[in-house]
Design a protein around this ligand. Sequence first.
Ligand code: PEP
Ligand code: MG
Length: 325
Amino acid sequence: RQHSLRELVGRPALTRDGVPVSLLANLELPEDVALAKANGAAGVGLYRTEFLYMNRDDLPDEDEHLVTYAAMIAGLDGLPLTIRTLDLGVDKRSDLITSLGASVSNPALGLRAIRLCLKEPELFLPQVRAILRASALGPVRLMLPLVTSVQELDTVLTLIAQIKRQLDREGLGYDPAMPVGAMIEVPAAALTARAIARRMDFLSIGTNDLIQYTLAIDRLDEAVNYLFDPTHPAILRLVRLVIEAGRDLQIPVSMCGEIAGDPRFTRLLLGLGLREFSMQPGAILDIKEILLQADTEELERRADQLFARLDEDEPGRLLDALNQI
Ligand code: PEP
Ligand code: MG
């Protein structure tokens, strides 16, 4: 089986009915670009930059960011790199955030990710400047974690415009059209996805946090692991809202939470209209094998049936049926 899966690397990622699907890689380490390419990834849909801040007591400067991104861009050889700005917080703890005062009684609901970055410019500015400068070297997208309100986006967009003027004055290059996107991983963001989509160039659904915040279950607490249900009707509704917002406002929507790389959910997500999946590189060929067999029209019809019964007892059965086609 391993052998036949390897043969899929070069195959175009098209469903049985000819719909192109983008299979992207989630990376934590720059050197894993090689792994992404070996598995035929169409690019990097989520580069988690936290490692740059780990196990040290100073902050990476702009040049360190830039050197890291430049190496990845070179390795990707024309494939897009989606760089997520710093998402330090409860589950990605570092002494740095403690020193910045981010440790409080309920860190998952506290000063983390984009909130921390907007409060601490010395964390955020060097990274955003480096991402912009990296965009001169190849296709780069900037992605914001844990967005909750459009005010946060407006602040970031103003900041980016300022940095562009700064770079102009300094004679440093960047791509003026570098796409800026938001992760949708807070229920409030999913419910206001249209307003967010109006300001952004793309959206990416982070189901790990979206499930945590929607179902009120700590993703790190094993005692409530059994409640972690990606097919909870509330989650399905939120995911659908986001995909529809992207469709209506004509911006791409991807998913970079773990379920994007879990074969049990591929047909369901295709049925909901998802066309970009970002996952750990090792899952790409498994997902590709499924989508090559998938008929999106049929899956969308089944997903519609599922939604019509979402408040009844039958969704579970319909979900099974969806996985059998
Ligand atoms: C997510 O929340 O789904 C996600 C992809 O981000 P992380 O797992 O890094 O929080
Ligand atoms: Mg997240």
